[in-house]
Design a protein. Structure first.
Length: 145
């Protein structure tokens, strides 16, 4: 009869090996143990994010000639730029994520207890929105929480 730990050891070694090759930007603990939020916590944080985007658009329009049209329908905001390109931000309630679609691609964000971070380790939501919106607007823009 084999010892009971024979299955657990290869699994631990496989997980350790997989984690060792992850980029340092990924919070390795959250992959194993994601931050758990209640639905109410998620909705509060997600609504705060959407409201911050709306307020940033208003501020940018007041302070520059960027002319960002932002339309909100429920849990989705569409940002339309002067060149008619768009960025779409929408809530994915069952997954407790926020999705962002831009010319640069599609990105998924989860709240890690401090900020909305890309699920593939590609940065923080507002930093990425700043970059993608600036690229699409053809001028520097700043979005923040």
């Amino acid at each position: 009869m084999q010892p009971t730990h024979s299955v657990a050891m290869p699994l631990r070694q496989a997980v350790a090996k997989a984690l060792a090759v992850l980029p340092p930007r990924i919070d390795r603990v959250s992959i194993i143990r994601p931050i758990l939020m209640t639905d109410t916590d998620y909705l509060d944080r997600a609504e705060a994010l959407l409201r911050a985007v709306e307020l940033a658009c208003d501020r940018i329009n007041d302070e520059s000639d960027a002319d960002i049209d932002n339309q909100r329908v429920g849990g989705m905001i569409t940002l339309t730029f002067a060149n008619r390109s768009q960025i779409i931000i929408n809530l994915q309630k069952p997954l407790q994520e926020v999705w962002l679609a831009a010319r640069a691609g599609g990105f998924h964000y989860r709240h890690d207890g401090q900020a909305w971070v890309d699920t593939k380790g590609q940065g923080e939501f507002f930093a990425n929105l700043t970059r993608y919106a600036s690229e699409q607007a053809g001028q520097p823009l700043i979005f923040s929480s």
